[in-house]
Design a protein around this ligand. Structure first.
Ligand code: ADP
Length: 586
């Protein structure tokens, strides 16, 4: 079925106000987006906008897409820049709309005030009921993997996403992906890794609360999943560098170009487009439909308050992510994580779909295990990817200028340790020698600018400057850095046993940033088996229902190790998609 969104010219014509007629003219205007200026060239004809071209911008490609397509169409259709922002791309929307207003002002054109009701009516949407072999809910990494595999297994597929933009947490993640025996390891001299070791690390890292059968499936299929991403989807990985995340016994995390999920989600979206998979945004799954035998056979969903039904012959794949951006739900399952915590998560990570799964009979497990990411922006809560220099030797200091934990320990250990320090925050400090390996300042220029402007980050030529900025006593800072430098090299850290080895920090330039823990990943969720089938409290399979990714609850135990989310979502997304497609054949 073709998905259409057609503007009815007559309905929107009434919205046009316009101003005095004039010859067609194109004028540039500028607004401020999330990552700097957004400049557009607006063509006006007879006081009405007839075209908008993007001249210059540096926004997140995936999030900005809807702004430059849907929002742009709405502006042209209504001749107004007083429209709602695309949720999930608020700053880009605002920058774009301000740029249009700026251009209108320069052109002497008065724009109209949009009537939202008329705008909604103007968009003709989908049929109320449609049927597919497989319905996938949630367009993050797990959902895209499932939809693409289902389609390639011969099924007709639809992917439903409640937000206006795709990507979920998968988009904003650092997106490193663990795979033992990957192609980069031999280049770094790592020849003794194995899926078994990876599984052992994962199980141990989750305090033995994960399901070893499921973990083994993840680690055994990790390399194949990474190769699928590289060779089939076209995801580009750094060819000579890996991340050594806390809790792992080997360096095994592949790094996507750009160090974020944008690389993955852009390639996922392109593949879905190529395969003709409809991805319906703003469509929220509300209820799973079961037949009289208890098989899940479809989804009831809503878009802008209208009801839609998606029948699923083979079944439904639930890939709706976690609930880290739902503070009430976080507190309900883990009262220790209260209002003091911000979140790193995407706005759609609100977890109602977990209750939907529960209503369909699925068991929710490990819900109280909620991971905080230790190194986040004290103001917005987002992860400071720039401080990933920690994986190559950056040290963590408290306000007194002392180290207080092994910097490569597990996330939960680090978060708790930070919260115990004065003020509940820490400083991450590194120098150019560490920066030369990690390159995080170069990899994350917008973070660098934003954090520096925000006043939580500083680049310094010497330690006096660091002490002045952080208000850490200079003598203690110098003494800590001296001691760290004297213990540089693997196995020499007598204080906290840094597993990769400390680095000589005696010389600048130095980079320092303030950090706090923030809610990051919810380990709990739907109980699944090795085949990604959702299970009931009694361990019975719920026919027709598969689940994959952060919405599931048995892989990571109490604590997810870095780089395991991407492995998890892609391995089980693929398994779920293939299985649901297979079920449609019977
Ligand atoms: P994962 O990493 O497991 O793929 P993500 O957070 O990346 O999880 O993606 C999950 C996606 O599911 C998000 O884009 C989120 O907005 C979407 N989602 C959550 N609940 C629903 C729902 N009820 N209906 C449709 N989409 C949903």
């Amino acid at each position: 079925m073709k998905i259409r969104k057609i503007f009815v010219a007559a309905a929107v014509a009434a919205l046009f106000a316009g101003s005095a007629a004039a010859a067609p003219t194109t004028v540039e205007g500028t607004g401020v987006g999330k990552h700097g200026d957004v400049t557009v060239a607006v063509t006006f004809d007879g006081g009405k906008i007839t075209d908008i071209k993007i001249v210059k911008e540096q926004e997140n490609k995936v999030l900005a897409k809807k702004v430059y397509t849907d929002l742009k169409n709405d502006v042209v259709a209504t001749n107004s820049a007083d429209l709602d922002a695309i949720s999930g791309a608020t700053f880009t929307s605002k920058g774009f709309l301000d740029a249009v207003k700026d251009a209108a002002k320069k052109a002497g054109v008065t724009l109209s005030k949009a009537d939202k009701k008329a705008l909604k009516k103007a968009a003709k949407t989908l049929p109320a009921t449609s049927s597919y072999d497989v319905v996938v809910i949630g367009a993050g990494g797990a959902g895209f993997s499932a939809a693409i595999e289902a389609k390639n297994a011969g099924a007709s597929v639809v992917l439903l996403e409640k937000m206006p933009a795709v990507g979920g947490n998968s988009l904003i993640s650092g997106a490193e992906m663990n795979a033992a025996r990957n192609w980069v390891q031999p280049k770094l001299g790592i020849t003794d890794d194995s899926p078994e070791l990876h599984a052992e690390d994962t199980f141990k890292g989750g305090d033995g609360k994960g399901d070893m059968k499921v973990i083994n499936v993840m680690t055994q299929n990790a390399l194949d999943a990474a190769l699928w991403c590289r060779d089939y989807l076209g995801v580009r990985f750094e060819d000579d560098n890996l991340f050594f995340f806390g809790g792992h016994s080997r360096k095994r995390a592949l790094i996507p170009v750009g160090h974020t999920g944008t690389e993955f989600i852009a390639k996922f979206q392109a593949k879905a487009d190529e395969l003709g998979i409809p991805v319906i945004t703003n469509m929220k799954a509300e209820e799973l439909i079961k037949d009289k035998d208890g098989r899940v056979v479809g989804v009831k969903a809503t878009m802008h308050g209208e009801d839609y039904t998606f029948n699923a012959k083979g079944g439904v794949v639930l890939a709706t992510g976690g609930f880290g951006a739902n503070p009430q739900m976080v507190k309900k399952y883990n009262p220790k994580i209260d209002e003091r915590f911000k979140t790193t998560d995407a706005p759609g990570t609100t977890g109602e779909a977990l209750y939907m799964a529960e209503r369909a009979g699925a068991e929710l497990v490990n819900m109280g295990y909620i991971q905080t990411y230790p190194i986040c922006d004290p103001i917005s809560g987002v992860i400071e990817l720039i401080a990933d220099a920690r994986f190559d030797g950056a040290i963590m200091l408290n306000q007194e200028g002392k180290r207080f934990v092994e910097e490569l320990d597990r996330r939960d250990v680090l978060s708790e340790a930070i919260l115990k320090q004065t003020g509940g925050y820490c400083w991450v400090l590194w120098n150019d020698k560490i920066g030369a390996v990690s390159n995080t300042v170069k990899e994350h220029p917008t973070e660098y600018d934003a954090f520096t402007k925000q006043g939580i980050m500083k680049t310094c030529g010497d330690l006096k400057c660091v002490a002045d900025f952080t208000k850490i006593p200079q003598a203690q800072l110098e003494s800590t850095v001296k001691r760290v430098s004297s213990m540089a090299g693997k196995g020499n850290d007598k204080d906290f046993h840094h597993r990769a080895g400390l680095v000589d920090m005696s010389q600048g330039k130095y980079y320092v940033i303030k950090a706090v823990p923030s809610v990051h990943h919810t380990m709990g969720g739907v109980r699944i088996n090795e085949k990604a089938q959702a299970l009931t409290k009694d361990g019975a399979v719920i026919p027709g229902l598969w689940a994959a990714g952060e919405v599931t609850g048995v892989t990571h135990g109490t604590n997810r190790l870095g780089g395991n989310a991407y492995t998890d979502i892609i391995v089980f997304g693929r398994i779920a998609g293939k299985a649901a497609a297979e079920a449609a054949k019977h």
